[in-house]
Write a protein that binds this ligand. Sequence first.
Ligand code: ZN
Length: 287
Amino acid sequence: MIEALQKDDALLADIHSTAADDPRLHLWWLGQSGFLCQQGGARLLLDPYLSDSLTEKYAATDKPHVRMTERCLAPEQLPSVRLVTASHLHTDHLDAATLVPLARAQGGITLVLPHPILEEARARLGDAPIELVGLGAGESCELQGWRLTGVPAMHDDLKTDEQGRHHYLGFLIQRAGFCFYHSGDTRWYPDLANWLLDPACDVMLLPINGHKPERRVAGNMDGTEAAVLARSCHARLVVPCHYDMFTFNTESPDEFITACGHLAQPHRILRGGEKLSLERHSTAVSV
Ligand SMILES: [Zn+2]
C-alpha cells in the first residue's frame, strides 16, 4: 500500500492551518480524482472517493478493485465543506459510501452533477441531506462563491440524453481571479481545448490512466495527451490524477512527466493528501 503523504490528523491540521483571509488557492489531492479546494476560507470538494466501496463490491469477481494508496481521510473527518461535485455516475466519482456520511456529518451538502444523472444519483444517495444541482455543458452556476461551468467530457464517448445533455462533464471553476479545470474522466477530443482557452487555467487537474480496452473500463487521457492538452491551452500548471488508486486501472506518471518536459509544460506531481498552493498570477500584460 502506498502511504499518503498526509492523512487523518496531520492532513486536517494542514487544512485548518490555512487562514480564512489567505488569498491563495489551495488544493489537496485526496486520491483518484478527488480534490479539496480552499480559497479565502471557502471550500469545494471535487469527486471525492473516500471509502472502500469498490474494493468490497468487486472483491469476489474477475475485476477486483485492489486499493493501491491508503485513504487519507474518512468522509466524516472532512472540515466544513458544503459544496461538492460529481463529474459522472461511476462510483469512483459519485460514491454513496463517501457522500452519505459526509452529508450527514456536515448537516447537508449541495452536489453539482450532470443533468441526466440526477435521478440515478438520488436513488443511490437515498434520503441523505443532499441537494442536487444539475449542470449542462456551457451552463454555469454560482454557489457559495464558486462559479462552475460544465465542459463536455468524453469517457470513451460524449454520451448525451435525448435532450442532448451530457452524462460526463468536467468543470471549469472560477473564484477570486483564479480559474482551474477539473476534467472528470475524459479522453482527449478535438474540440476540448476550445472550452479551455479563455480564460487560461491556473491549473488543470487531468487523468493520465489512458485508454486500454483490456481493462474493460471507459478510458481517459494518457500522460502525453494530458501534457499536450495543458500546453495547447496555455495552462499555468498541470497536475495528473486518476492513478495509484486501483491496481487494475493505474499508470505510472513517468510518461506524463517526460511529455511535460519535452513541451516545457509546468507540472506538479502530488502524493496522497499533499497540498498545492497557488498565488494569484499577475494580470499585467507585457508587450
Ligand atoms: Zn474514474
